[in-house]
Structures are given as structure tokens and as C-alpha cells.
Design a protein around this ligand. Structure first.
Ligand code: IPM
Ligand code: MG
Length: 360
């Protein structure tokens, strides 16, 4: 296969981790006879520094023309970076929101898996973590509060900020269908999370999810309020398989779920539209404090590249090879600083990338 992949190294540790993922992909290409062509585009702070905006129209066009996009991370230290002196629509995060909307990436898949080899890093009590867990948070990514109209006004000398939360039934239906399709391939259980005891948008969400559920009688569906879900994720994470939710709830719950695994440096994500196209990125941020020091964990980006092989290119065998190589490296006792535990061998970002590549 000839694969045209656009890379967004981005900011902070982004360039280092993307470079390790490329190393792995090049090995896959060599071993399985594919041709991979990589084109880099700028986004976030890296684009602001060159073009004055976090994402240019040319960059969007290049991404649209690709088969898939692999991203590192964007953004800097919000307290010290000059990027955060700019108006909100010119800051690094605006580039990410813009590309999601421009590429119609409405379905965000964020797996939160407890790796057996890293069980010691799980912050939950052993009696809870012993059950293990493998949750897929499915977050709606192009609607709701993050894309609604917003403004700040002054009324009678009082400053007032307004954000609007809107969902139409089509936006809910298409993500629900994706959620049920994926639940069907997993343990056939879907938990839809909302705040239907307060919000109209949540009541519509629940109604549409129930309509879609009728087409999937083999999938068990349950509804859970978001505050309860936040609690259940630390109390009994093993109860969850697919968690389907709207944009802001998914933003918050996916951070919680990833923290609970104890290894956020391991978690990949995929943002998909209704074709095979997707943008793949680690679930963690740009960690500006350790950028450029060869300390970052490249595994989440490497596993994101594996999700790309699986979801955008249907290369399951190749994706399995990447996942197996990651598992093998962990079994062989290699760890980056963030997942280090006693008796293991500590390695840097580059060495971790090479160790995984060698095992493919
Ligand atoms: C994420 C991030 C983004 C989001 C920010 C950087 C805009 O937190 O991908 O979860 O909230 O979607
Ligand atoms: Mg977030």
C-alpha cells in the first residue's frame, strides 16, 4: 500500500515523540512492503511562531489531501509562554479545534487500558485494580459547548460571559452509531453519559441514543449521569466498556480515565470522520517542562500510529505487530521515567523508540 501520512509534530515533546512513531512506521513499511510518505505541517505554537496563526489554510488543505494525520502535541506553558498573551482564537489550542472542525472529526476514541505490566502505577486500591479494565471513551468532538457561540459583554458595569451548548439530533445520532458499532466489536456494552436531570441537550442525547439502540439489540445500553460516572470511574472502572458522551463531559472523563490507568504516557487516541480518514494523537499533552530532554514517553504516539494502521488503513496485522512490540518492550523491563518502577531499566525517548522498532 502507498500511504500518504501528514504529521503534526507540534510543540513541547511533540517533535520527539512523532519522530519515534515515524521510526516504527518506517520499520512496518519495510517489513510488510508498504510505501509511507510523510509530510509535516505546522500547528499550534510552532505555526504561530512562523505564520502568526495556529493553523493556516494551506496546512488544512495538506491534511485533507492525506490518507491520515499523525499528531504529537500542541501548546505551551499557559503561565509563561507568550502564545497565551494572544487573543483566544490565535492561541495554540484554537488550531486543534479548527482542524477537528475542518476535517469533520466528530468521533474521538480514547482507550483507557490498565496494562498488566504497569499495574503498580495504577493509583487505585489493589482490590479495585485487580479486576483490570479496558475502557473506550467515545467523545463527541465537533459540537457542544466547545463550538457554540461565545462572547463576553459588559452589562451595567458587570462583566458577563456566555457560552452556548447546542446539539442537534443528527450530531448525536452519528456518534451514537459509531459508538454502537464499536461496542458490537468489543464486549457489547455501552454506557451513555449525560446530565439529563438538568440539561435539555442531555435529554435529547438520551432520547436519540435510545432510538439508535433499537438497531443494536445485541448491545446492552445503560445511561449514567456524568457526576456519577466520574465517581464510578474510580470506584469500579471494570464495569465500563464503551463510554459514549458529549464533548465537554468526554474531555473531562477521558482525562480522569487515563489518570486512573496510572500511565497516561501509554494512551493513544483516534479522531474519526465518517470515512476512513482520521487524526491520531496521544491522549497526553505537550509537557513543555521536559521538552527536548529525551525524557518523554513515545509509546502513546506509537500506539496512536498503530490505531492509524488499524482504523484508517485496515492493516490489522501491522497494527498487531506494533502493539506486540510495545508489550514485549514492557515485558523486557524497559521504562521511560513516567512509568518507571523498581527493578526496571530506565531509558529515554529515543531509546524507547528504537527498542520497540527492533522488536517488529
Ligand atoms: C483534549 C484537549 C483539548 C480539548 C484542548 C487542548 C482544546 O484538552 O484534546 O482533550 O479540550 O479538546
Ligand atoms: Mg482534554
Amino acid at each position: 500500500m502507498r500511504l500518504n501520512i501528514v504529521c503534526i509534530p507540534g510543540d513541547g515533546i511533540g517533535p520527539e515523540i512523532v519522530s519515534e512513531a515515524k521510526k516504527v512506521l518506517n520499520k512496518i513499511a519495510e517489513k510488510y512492503g508498504h510505501e509511507m510518505v510523510f509530510t509535516d505541517i505546522l500547528m499550534g505554537g510552532a505555526s504561530i511562531d512562523v505564520h502568526g496563526v495556529p493553523l493556516t489554510e494551506e496546512a488544512i488543505a495538506t491534511a485533507k489531501a492525506a490518507d491520515a494525520v499523525l499528531m504529537g502535541s500542541i501548546g505551551g506553558d499557559t503561565n509563561t509562554s507568550p502564545w497565551y498573551q494572544l487573543p483566544p482564537e490565535k492561541r495554540p489550542e484554537a488550531g486543534l479545534l479548527k482542524i477537528r472542525k475542518a476535517l469533520n472529526l466528530f468521533a474521538n476514541l480514547r482507550p483507557a487500558v490498565l496494562y498488566e505490566e504497569l499495574a503498580a502505577a495504577c493509583p487505585l486500591k489493589e482490590e479495585i485494580s485487580a479486576a483490570g479494565f479496558d475502557i473506550l471513551i467515545m467523545r463527541e468532538l465537533t459540537g457542544g459547548l466547545y463550538f457554540g457561540e461565545r462572547k463576553t459583554v459588559e452589562e451595567n458595569g458587570v462583566r458577563k460571559a456566555i457560552d452556548t451548548l447546542t446539539y442537534d439530533e443528527n450530531e448525536i445520532r452519528r456518534i451514537a452509531i459509531k459508538g454502537f458499532d464499536i461496542a458490537r466489536k468489543r464486549k457489547k456494552k455501552l454506557t451513555s453519559v449525560d446530565k439529563a436531570n438538568v440539561l435539555d441537550s442531555s435529554r435529547l442525547w438520551r432520547a436519540v441514543v435510545n432510538e439508535v439502540a433499537k438497531e443494536y439489540p445485541d448491545v446492552k445500553v445503560e445511561h449514567m449521569l456524568v457526576d456519577n460516572c466520574a465517581m464510578q470511574l474510580v470506584k469500579d472502572p471494570a464495569q465500563f466498556d464503551v463510554v459514549l458522551t458529549e464533548n465537554m463531559f468526554g474531555d473531562i472523563l477521558s482525562d480522569e480515565a487515563s489518570m486512573v490507568t496510572g500511565s497516561i504516557g501509554m494512551l493513544a487516541s483516534a479522531s474519526l470522520n465518517d470515512t476512513k480518514f482520521g487524526l491520531y494523537e496521544p491522549s497526553h499533552g505537550s509537557a513543555p517542562d521536559i521538552a527536548g530532554k529525551d525524557l518523554a514517553n513515545p509509546i502513546a504516539t506509537i500506539l496512536s500510529a498503530s490505531m492509524m494502521l488499524r482504523y484508517s488503513f485496515d492493516l490489522d496485522q501491522e497494527a498487531d505487530a506494533v502493539d506486540a512490540a510495545v508489550k514485549k518492550v514492557l515485558q523486557d523491563g524497559y521504562r521511560t521515567g513516567d512509568i518507571m518502577s523498581e527493578g526496571c531499566k530506565k531509558v529515554g525517548c529515543k531509546e524507547m523508540g528504537s527498542l520497540i522498532t527492533e522488536r517488529i
